[in-house]
Design a protein around this ligand. Structure first.
Ligand code: 26W
Length: 767
């Protein structure tokens, strides 16, 4: 986008006049933010409008979550005017950094939602016609604080700052019908700017509203209360994002959300196709749809329903669906594979349920083994199975994950439809995760190999011959990033970190399988080692955690409490003051991640092998020049392939070993053999840490007793983890180590979201 400072400032001034009755001199932060954003929106309108009218074949990315983060800087960056806008604002005495207070659009939980956001950025940047379709939640993922070490949740009022990057498209409103209510779905469109290429795609988020606006005559006749109630129920559908990540809670409101969003999207798309005079049998010539996990899978029977109501036979409609839909799986955890009670589903959406039954009958008529292949069984609808049966492609998100899908999770389906299964390893956008959050590093690399790598990440390999030359500057920039993170943490958490400490980081959703517990126990293990004088030369290390726990996930919350207690113990003990510090940052989100991933020395990716489908923060750290301390799980495996296992720190049981160990596993022996581990574990119950709530005791029990003690092999992997971690801590600061960091950065090419979306476009969407 061409930038003209005068025009820009005049645009901003005009919006300030019209919308806020103020000017540049009197505008507050919020007004200025909205005016800057809207001024830019105006200037890009023509590009967007042209894109919306184009007749290209498109893919709709259907997702219940889009974890976009803060829009303003990344939009300005992609439009190529970030520095210019900053300079223009500076010329009128305003600092563009003041918008750091603007709330993130946190309309997602974690990996799956952030992946959707990275893919939108990458698709626009690669000129791939991909549009997002989702839900405009009134409240995104909860804001987290710690009170006395316990997680406390508050509503996330992300619209407090306004929503200048969206436009409400009233004319595209559709009605969504449930058995017991009909609501209006109103779309809000957000432009998705490609990186310096003039491409604009769209993220369309639907908001639910009552069909009739407030009815005054009814109110006057004293029926006001009834009406108000109806309004309440309609808006409730898109009120709040479910804060679960990986565990399915069978709430009907969640099913309503899912149906609401896909029904609105499909009515919109099919309606326009029909209005253009096209035969609906040819819909796949214009559209395909990517189902982001099972959450939007109800789109399949909904499209069947719509097409049949338009006169297509079931076979015709099924053919269209098969050609349009594709399905991505993001987790193998059984408790996360969505299933719905058949009765509840048929009560809420009888016509949609009918189509699912028809699919089930078609499957059965093919003479399959119905014990192995089914969609409905024991009055439960299995959404993943429905998706696999109908979709033409099913993909996992890393090599190891896709292999597990083929050989275990969906084995019977794979045996029948091997051609459907493909792997597309996840990727991240280098714009947000390098150019935006680590600009000095980007400039350092630009100076050596030019800027082509901004959209062709494998070109980072070209820095390999210059590694030794780049090292001093690399270290200086990393050190500055650490200082900035330390400043931020001091301001927000009230904890002082010395930037010359090693920054050992684990940030991700809190889940037992991700094993924050393993990390926390190692902290205690080192702590006691230092206290007892067994460890004398411990390299000063800051252990940094960030994670939200699903509010209903007791064990995850117990682990948060545990880590906060460990932090209090360690940080309060002068005996280790110069050696270790523990900080659990509050409200970890995309904006926090931007600050953290470029400032880390260690990237902890320590899930039990087989559990983490891919991981994407592992890639963000790698791009920031950080070594991985990890298991052979998810994309870590491919990271080692790309960067060399010798340049990372790998430990723990492999997928095969996990399966074997689980046959006989009993953690007791391990605990008895390792007295210091035993001592660390027993802090949960021996009074070292305070436990009025009894949570820590429950945590202890989950590790040591019950039906499946230490389900995720924390204790089994502990010794090898300590070996690898200790090696890493002692390697730190050597030239060898510094080289590993840069080799990782140079080898990150494969993990660009640009590569991922191009693969989707070529192998699945045929765009
Ligand atoms: C029904 C509740 C629920 C909610 C969210 C079930 C499942 C989910 C997601 C599938 C969980 C998720 O975010 N999975 C993560 O997806 C990332 C992107 O592919 C992967 O990198 C992570 O490994 C995976 O945990």
């Amino acid at each position: 986008m061409k930038f003209d400072k005068k025009v820009f400032l005049a645009d901003v001034e005009r919006v300030l006049h019209a919308d806020y009755a103020c000017d540049l001199k009197s505008a507050g932060r919020k007004e200025l933010y909205n005016a800057v954003s809207k001024a830019v929106m105006e200037e890009t309108f023509d590009d967007w409008n042209r894109a919306r009218k184009s007749h290209r074949r498109r893919c709709g990315y259907f997702s219940a979550e889009f974890l976009m983060g803060r829009a303003i800087y990344s939009n300005l960056l992609n439009l190529g005017i970030l520095e210019e806008a900053g300079e223009a604002l500076r010329s009128v005495g305003e600092d563009i950094n003041q918008f750091e207070e603007v709330e993130d659009a946190a309309l997602g939980n974690g990996g799956l939602g952030r992946l959707a956001a990275c893919y939108l950025d990458a698709a626009a940047s690669q000129n791939i016609a991909l549009d997002g379709y989702g839900i405009r939640y009134r409240y995104g993922l909860f804001r987290q604080t710690f009170e006395n070490g316990f997680q406390h949740e508050e509503g996330d009022d992300w619209l407090r700052w306004g929503d200048p990057w969206s436009v409400r498209v009233e004319r595209d409103t559709v009605l969504v019908k449930f058995a017991d209510q009909t609501v209006r779905a109103v779309p809000y469109d957000m432009p998705v700017f490609g990186y310096k290429n003039g491409v604009v795609n769209t993220l369309r988020l639907w908001q639910s509203e009552p069909v009739q606006a407030f009815d005054f005559s009814a109110f006057n006749e004293m029926k006001g209360e009834v009406k108000a109630n109806e309004n309440f129920n309609a808006t409730k559908i898109t009120d709040v994002l479910y804060p679960n990540d990986n565990t399915m809670v069978g709430k009907i409101l969640r099913l309503r959300q899912q149906y609401f969003m896909v029904s609105a999207s499909l009515q919109d798309i099919v309606g326009k196709y029909k209005a253009a005079g096209k035969d609906l049998r040819t819909l796949p010539e214009k559209w395909c749809f990517q189902l982001n996990d099972t959450h939007p899978v109800i789109a399949i029977p909904e499209l069947l329903r719509i097409l049949r109501s338009e006169g297509l036979t079931f076979e015709e409609a099924f053919g269209v669906c098969a050609a349009c839909f594709n399905f991505t799986n993001h987790t193998i955890m059984a408790e996360a594979l969505e299933k719905w009670d058949a009765l509840a589903l048929s009560d809420l959406l009888p016509d949609v349920y009918e189509q699912i039954v028809a699919c089930q009958q078609k499957l059965q008529s093919e003479g399959v083994d119905t014990n192995a292949l089914y969609i409905i069984r024991d009055n439960v609808v299995h959404m993943a199975n429905l998706a696999i049966y109908v979709a033409s492609h099913v993909n996992g998100v890393a090599e190891i994950h896709t292999n597990i899908l083929k050989t275990q999770t969906f084995r019977s389906w794979y045996e029948r439809y091997p051609e459907k299964f493909v792997n597309i390893t996840n990727g991240i956008t280098p714009r947000r995760w390098m150019l935006l959050n680590n600009p000095e590093m980007a400039r350092l690399i630009d100076g050596k190999i030019g800027t082509h790598w901004h959209t062709h990440l494998p070109e980072l390999k070209k820095i390999m011959p210059f590694i030794d030359e780049l090292l001093p500057a690399f270290k200086r920039i990393k050190q500055q990033n650490k200082q900035k993170l330390a400043d931020h943490i001091r301001a927000h958490e009230g904890i002082d970190l010395a930037p010359d400490f090693i920054f050992d980081v684990q940030v991700k959703r809190l889940h037992e399988y991700k094993r924050q517990m393993l990390n926390a126990l190692s902290v205690l293990w080192y702590y006691f080692g230092i206290k007892d004088g067994d460890i004398t030369d411990f390299p000063p290390t800051a252990f940094i955690f960030g994670a939200k726990a699903a509010p209903g996930y007791y064990m995850a919350k117990a682990i948060i409490k545990f880590i906060n207690e460990v932090a209090a113990l360690v940080n309060g003990d002068p005996a280790v003051a110069g050696k270790m510090k523990v900080v659990f940052v509050q409200n970890y989100n995309v904006s926090y991640a931007e600050k953290i991933v470029c400032a880390a020395d260690i990237s902890e990716q320590i899930s039990m092998a087989g559990m983490e489908a891919s991981g994407t923060s592992n890639m963000k750290f790698m791009l920031g020049g950080t070594v991985t301390l990890g298991t052979l799980d998810g994309a870590n495996v491919e990271i080692c392939e790309e960067a060399g296992r010798e340049n990372n720190y790998i430990f723990g049981a492999t997928v095969e070993e996990v399966a074997a160990v689980k046959q006989y596993y009993c953690p007791r022996e391990i605990i008895e053999q390792n007295p210091r581990l035993k001592r660390a574990l027993e802090t949960l119950v021996d009074g070292t840490l305070s436990d009025d709530s009894g949570m820590l005791r429950k945590l202890y029990e989950s590790m040591t007793s019950g039906y499946e003690p230490d389900r995720y092999l924390v204790l089994y992997d502990f010794a090898d983890y300590i070996r690898a971690k200790t090696q890493l801590l002692y390697d730190f600061g050597t030239r060898e180590f510094d080289r590993k960091c840069l080799v990782n950065m140079a080898s990150v090419g494969k993990f660009s979201a640009d590569r991922s979306v191009c693969e989707y476009a070529k192998r699945i969407w045929n765009l």
